[in-house]
Design a protein around this ligand. Sequence first.
Ligand SMILES: Cc1ncc(COP(=O)(O)O)c(C=O)c1O
Length: 348
Amino acid sequence: MYSFKNDYSEGAHPRILEALIQTNTEQVEGYGEDRFTKNAIQLLKKKMGRDDVDIHLLSGGTQTNLTAISAFLRPHEAVISASTGHVQTHETGAIEATGHKIISVETVDGKLKPAQLKEVIKAHTDEHMVKPKLVYISNSTEIGTIYSKKELVQLNAFCHQNQLILFMDGARLGSALCSTENDLRLSDLPELVDAFYIGGTKNGALLGEALVICRDPLKADFRFHMKQKGALLAKGRLLGIQFLELFRDDLFFELATHSNRLARKLSMELAKCGVQFLTNSPSNQVFPILTVDVIHQLQAKYDFHVWDKVDARHSAIRLVTSWATPENAVNELIEDIKRLVTTKQNES
Ligand SMILES: Cc1ncc(COP(=O)(O)O)c(C=O)c1O
């Protein structure tokens, strides 16, 4: 049984494990005050060409989302998210548990646009309602789509005109930035969003997300917020060492390019035999629509999520490639789907 369920099904890239072993007995300060974390933060700032951002290393996506969002908002303020957004669908109400409502917006492609934000603001008129304050987006999105530079420029302009905070969940930022359709650079992001994170967990690290706070008013006391939310790890070195290794010579981008290339191969080959997709996803998650019968047959050999029911006979499945996916596993999956789809076509 080979799994295309996720990009965190494997452990960590061997270079990360080697770096952890090499540094294992060195005694360092705790809670992210160690030399590895400090160097990793310097390196990330250098990669972005920005010395004026604050960077904090946290362990996971949900933890980063809830710690950042609850730190940035006052008690009556709310989050705007696409209805498909991770904070809305897969975080067990973690944001709501910090006291902040999430206002859900229907989208066609998982991406928020200024016109939709305008509607939300218009609908929230006074102090008898929550105040929309933070716009949550993710890049790539929950359904594999990515934001263009133009889209982010427009969102950023709208947010600033309306005193909204623009927050980007980058659990899969590597995949978004390495997509063949992407026109954003890492160094563009501090200009375009108020805070974002660079996901390590889904791109070759054992765990870890690097939160970048770009706007001054959001920076204050962040380590207090982290500690209170259990996010300040005593062995912060574990995160520092991994981010140093991921960015020392751009392993981060190399790994994301690998997973994207295989996902692209998968979608291009399936499209050739007439398979339709739920979304045009240029990142490492693809969502082919298959008949329920074909899905059942595939499930005998592969593990993956059945994502969404399309109609009585069809569902979209989610196939995710990772930094560690071997090309032959993708080739085999392509052949199996092609065979099953062609057999079905011939039968009907
Ligand atoms: C876009 C996005 N954000 C956040 C998370 C949450 O990450 P974690 O499971 O590490 O809490 C995920 C996990 O799948 C995700 O896909």
